[in-house]
Design a protein around this ligand. Structure first.
Ligand code: ATP
Ligand code: MG
Length: 755
C-alpha cells in the first residue's frame, strides 16, 4: 500500500521513485556522480522487501564495491525496513558473497575443509620469484596474475586479450614486456603454492564460486533479486556470477556510471554495461540527471574535465545547488609550501565559518599514496588531526599481521605461506636454511610444511637436516599451535574468541616480544593489538545468520565438523582478509579528523571540502599509467567528491625537486573561467553558499580573513594556459554575480552541443 512505501520513497525525486518502483525485471540505472544512484539502489532493495513484493531477505542479493559501503547500506535498509531484515540479506562485496556460497557448498567443488583466504601480501610471490631466480617485481607479478584470473583465463591460453578498448590495450602492453613462458611458470608455481596451503586468493573466491554455480544451479534457485552498486567496475567473472545468481527469476537492478570506471587496471570492464543489455534484451535503462552533491561551479568544472574525452556521449547533468564558490586551482612553488598552504587554508576556512565546518568534513585526495608525506608533516606540525586511509593497512601492520598469521595457522596448519612467515617470530633459532629445507621436503612429498614438522621432528625424514636448536624451536612452535587449537575445541560456555587470542598471545609471549622489538613504538603497537581484540569481540556478537544462506531442499551442504569457536575464528579471519581487498576499506575515520585518502578509495563517498594536491603531469595522469582516459576519469571522480569547496593545487617543483607541468586535464582553455586561480578565495558569500549546500546554519558572525599570500602563489598560473583568451579577464574574489552569468552561458553552450 501507499502508506507502507512512504518512508522508502520520501525524499526521492520523481525519476528516482520511478526507478525504485519500476516493475521491469531488469533495470540499469546509469547516472553521473552524486545523482543518488546508491541511494536509489538502497531504496529499491527496501521496496522489494516491503509489501506487496515482500521478498524474503535471504533470497535477495546485494553486491557493493567495498565492505564499508556494505555496512552503510545495511544501516540504511535497516532504517527503512526494520525487523532486523538487514542481517538476513545476502549483502556484501562480491567476494563476501562468493565466500558464503563456498562455505556452504565447498564439497561440491572439492575444496578441502579448513580452507582460508590468502591475504594480499606479496610474500608468496616473493618466494616463488626467488626460487625461479626471476628478475620480476613481486607485486607486479601478483597484479598480473590477478589480471589474468579476473579475466577468467590462463596466461598461456589467453596471453594477449583481443585488442579493443584502450583499457585492454594497456593491459596488453603490460603483458608484452614479460616473457610469457617465464610468467606462465610463475603463474603455475603460484597456483600450486596456494593449493598446497589450501588457500584461495581473492580471484579464486570468485572463480570457484562461478564453478560451483555453473554446475549446481540449484544452489541459487531461491534467489529472487540481485542488486549491484558501482557496476562499471565489475569484471568479467563478476558479470558471469551475476548472471548465474539471477538465472531463476532474472530480476536484476544495477547502478553505475561509465565515467567513473577507474579499476580497468584491475580488469574491470566498462563494457559489462552493454553486455548486460545484450544478455537481457528486456533491460530497462533509466537515467538520473539531478545532482544533489556538489555546488554548480564544482560540477561544471568537473564536467569540463570529463568532456575532454570526445568519444564520450554528452549527458545532461543538472545541479541542485547554487553556483557557490569557484573551485580553486593554485600553482605553488614547492611541494612543501603546497602542504603548508593546505593547512593554512583549512584553518582559515574553519575560522571563517565559525565552527560550521569540522575537520571531519575535509578530505585530501591523492593519486598515489606516496604524495602525502609533506602534507602529513605539516598536519602534525600544526596539530591538525588526520587519518590516512589506504596507506599501510591496519591488517598489514606488523604487530597485527603476525598475530593474524598465528591464527591462520591455528585455523589451517597447512598454510605454508603464513607458517614460513612467522615460525621464527619471535626468534626460535629457525633460520632461513631450515625453512628452505622444510619447504623443499614439503614440495618433494606433496605435504604441507606443518606436516613435515609434525611427523619429521623425530628424524623420520632423513633428508631434512635440522640443527638441534632449530629442532627445539620447531617443537615449541608446534606446542603453541596445538595448544591453541585445543582451546577452540569443545564449547565451553562463556569462552570467546578473545580468550583464545589472549591465550595464544600468552603462549607466544607476544607482549614481551613487542616490547623488546619495538621499544619506541610499543604503545602504539599494543593499542593496535587491543583494537584487533575488540574486533574479535565484535565478530562474536554478529548474528550467526550472517554466514547462513537459506537451505535448499535436496541439496546437501558442507558437513560442519567445526565447533562454535572454530566457526567464529573462520569468520573473523575472512572478515580481515576481505576488508583488505580494496585499499583503505578497513579504515574508519572518526569525526574530528581530516581524511587523507587515495582517489581510488574515495569512490562513492563525499565531503563538504576536498583538496586535490599534486595535479601535475606524471602524477595525474600518472607516469606509469597507460590509459589516459582512465586517469581523466580518476580526476573526475576526485572532483565530484566535493560538495561545497574544491581546491586543486600543483607545486612548481614536486617533492623530488623536479619541475612540473600542470596536468593536461586542467590546461584546457574552457576551464580557465571556471576556476579561481588567484586572489583570496573566500568571502562572506562563500560562507553563505557553503551553509546552503550543506544545509547547515550559517554562523551569525563571519570572520573575514584575507589570505596573505606569502608564497607568491597568485598569478603564476597564466603561463600554464598557453591558448588562453587574453580578453577573458579573471576577476578577483568570489563574485557570484559575474561567475553566475558565465556559468549559465557555459551551460547553454553545452546544452546546445548536446542537442
Ligand atoms: P556516486 O556516483 O559518487 O557513487 P551516487 O549517484 O551513488 O554517487 P549518492 O551517494 O546516492 O549518489 O547520493 C549523493 C548525495 O545526494 C547523498 O548525500 C544523498 O543523500 C543525496 N541525495 C540523493 N538523492 C537525493 C534527493 N532526491 N534529494 C536530496 N538529496 C539526495
Ligand atoms: Mg554511489
Amino acid at each position: 500500500s501507499q502508506l507502507d512505501l512512504e518512508p522508502i520513497l520520501a525524499g526521492l525525486n520523481n525519476a528516482q521513485r520511478l526507478a525504485v518502483t519500476n516493475p521491469s525485471s531488469v533495470v540499469q540505472i546509469l547516472a553521473p556522480p552524486g545523482s543518488g544512484k546508491t541511494r536509489t539502489l538502497t531504496s529499491r532493495a527496501a521496496w522489494l522487501l516491503c509489501p506487496p513484493q515482500s521478498l524474503d531477505p535471504r533470497n535477495v542479493i546485494v553486491a557493493t564495491f567495498t565492505v564499508k559501503a556494505a555496512r552503510e547500506m545495511k544501516e540504511r535498509i535497516s532504517k527503512l525496513v526494520g525487523n532486523g531484515v538487514e542481517g538476513r540479506l545476502v549483502l556484501g562485496t562480491f567476494h563476501c558473497i562468493a565466500r558464503k556460497y563456498l562455505v556452504k557448498y565447498r564439497h561440491l567443488v572439492d575444496i578441502k575443509p579448513g580452507w582460508g583466504i590468502a591475504d594480499s601480501s606479496d610474500s608468496l610471490g616473493i618466494r616463488i620469484i626467488k626460487r625461479r631466480k626471476s628478475p620480476l617485481d613481486p607485486s607486479q607479478v601478483r597484479s598480473r596474475i590477478s589480471y589474468f584470473k579476473a579475466r577468467n583465463s590462463s596466461p598461456v591460453a589467453d596471453a594477449l586479450p583481443p585488442p579493443s578498448t584502450a583499457g585492454t590495450q594497456s593491459a596488453q602492453a603490460r603483458v608484452r614486456d614479460i616473457p610469457t613462458e617465464d610468467f606462465a611458470q610463475i603463474f603455475e608455481d603460484y597456483e600450486a603454492a596456494l593449493g598446497a596451503s589450501n588457500l584461495l586468493d581473492y580471484d579464486d573466491l570468485l572463480l570457484r564460486c562461478l564453478e560451483l554455480l555453473r554446475h549446481n544451479l540449484e544452489c541459487v534457485s531461491n534467489v529472487e533479486a540481485v542488486l549491484i552498486d558501482e557496476f562499471q567496475d565489475t569484471n568479467l567473472v563478476q558479470f558471469e556470477l551475476m548472471k548465474l545468481l539471477a538465472w531463476k527469476r532474472e530480476r536484476i537492478t544495477i547502478v553505475g556510471d561509465p565515467d567513473q570506471s577507474i579499476y580497468g587496471f584491475r580488469a574491470a570492464e566498462i563494457r559489462n554495461l552493454s553486455r548486460m543489455v545484450r544478455a537481457y534484451p528486456q533491460t530497462l535503462v533509466v537515467h538520473l540527471e539531478q545532482n544533489y552533491r556538489s555546488s554548480a561551479s564544482i560540477l561544471l568544472a568537473a564536467l569540463e574535465v570529463i568532456e575532454q574525452d570526445h568519444d564520450r556521449p554528452k549527458k545532461p547533468l543538472t545541479p541542485s545547488h547554487s553556483v557557490g564558490t569557484r573551485p580553486v586551482l593554485r600553482r605553488i612553488p614547492s611541494a612543501f609550501l603546497e602542504a603548508s598552504w593546505i593547512v593554512s587554508e583549512i584553518q582559515r576556512v574553519r575560522a571563517m565559518t565559525g565552527g560550521m565546518v569540522e575537520l571531519g568534513d575535509i578530505a585530501i585526495l591523492v593519486r598515489s599514496a606516496n604524495l602525502t608525506r609533506n602534507i602529513e608533516t605539516s598536519f602534525v606540525k600544526a596539530g591538525v588531526a588526520y587519518k590516512m586511509v589506504g596507506g599501510l593497512r591496519f591488517y598489514d601492520r606488523v604487530e597485527i599481521k603476525t598475530l593474524l598469521d598465528y591464527l591462520r595457522i591455528v585455523q589451517n596448519p597447512g598454510n605454508n605461506d603464513a607458517l614460513t612467515r612467522i615460525v621464527n617470530t619471535p626468534s626460535r633459532k629457525v633460520g632461513d636454511t631450515t625453512i628452505k629445507a622444510l619447504l623443499d621436503e614439503a614440495d618433494k612429498r606433496a605435504k604441507s610444511v606443518w606436516e613435515i614438522i609434525r611427523t619429521g621432528l623425530g628424524g623420520i625424514w632423513k633428508d631434512v637436516r635440522i640443527a638441534k636448536a632449530a629442532e627445539k624451536g620447531l617443537g615449541d612452535f608446534m606446542g603453541i599451535i596445538l595448544s591453541t587449537q585445543k582451546q577452540l575445541e569443545g564449547d565451553e560456555q562463556g569462552k570467546g574468541l578473545v580468550d583464545v587470542v589472549e591465550f595464544l598471545m600468552r603462549r607466544i609471549g607476544y607482549e614481551d616480544y613487542l616490547r623488546r622489538s619495538y621499544p619506541e613504538d610499543f604503545d602504539a603497537k599494543w593499542s593496535n593489538v587491543s583494537e584487533l581484540l575488540s574486533q574479535a569481540q565484535e565478530v562474536e556478537r554478529l548474528d550467526d545468520d550472517e554466514d547462513t544462506l537459506p537451505d535448499i531442499d535436496g541439496l546437501p551442504q558442507s558437513q560442519v565438523e567445526q565447533s562454535r569457536l572454530q566457526l567464529v575464528l573462520d569468520r573473523f579471519l575472512s572478515n580481515t582478509a576481505l576488508a583488505n581487498e580494496v585499499k583503505g576499506d578497513d579504515e574508519t575515520v572518526k569525526q574530528g579528523q581530516v581524511t587523507i585518502s587515495t582517489i581510488h578509495a574515495s569512490k562513492g563517498l563525499e565531503w563538504p571540502i576536498v583538496f586535490i594536491p599534486a595535479v601535475y603531469q606524471g602524477s595525474i595522469p600518472h607516469s606509469r599509467a597507460d590509459d589516459t582516459d582512465e586517469e581523466r576519469r580518476l580526476l573526475y571522480v576526485a572532483m565530484t567528491r566535493a560538495q561545497a569547496l574544491l581546491y586543486m593545487s600543483c607545486a612548481v617543483r614536486n617533492s623530488q625537486g623536479d619541475k612540473t607541468k600542470l596536468s593536461q586535464f586542467l590546461t584546457h582553455r574552457s576551464l580557465y573561467p571556471l576556476l579561481d586561480s588567484r586572489g583570496p578565495t573566500l568571502g562572506f558569500s562563500s560562507v553563505q553558499s557553503v551553509s546552503g549546500i550543506l544545509g547547515r546554519e550559517c554562523p551569525s558572525e563571519v570572520h573575514i580573513q584575507i589570505a596573505v599570500d606569502k608564497s607568491g602563489v597568485a598569478s603564476t598560473l597564466d603561463d600554464q594556459f598557453p591558448d588562453r583568451d587574453p580578453l577573458e579577464s579573471d576577476s578577483e574574489g568570489d563574485d557570484l554575480g559575474e561567475d553566475g552569468a558565465r556559468l549559465k552561458r557555459r551551460r547553454l553552450q553545452s546544452e546546445q552541443a548536446s542537442c
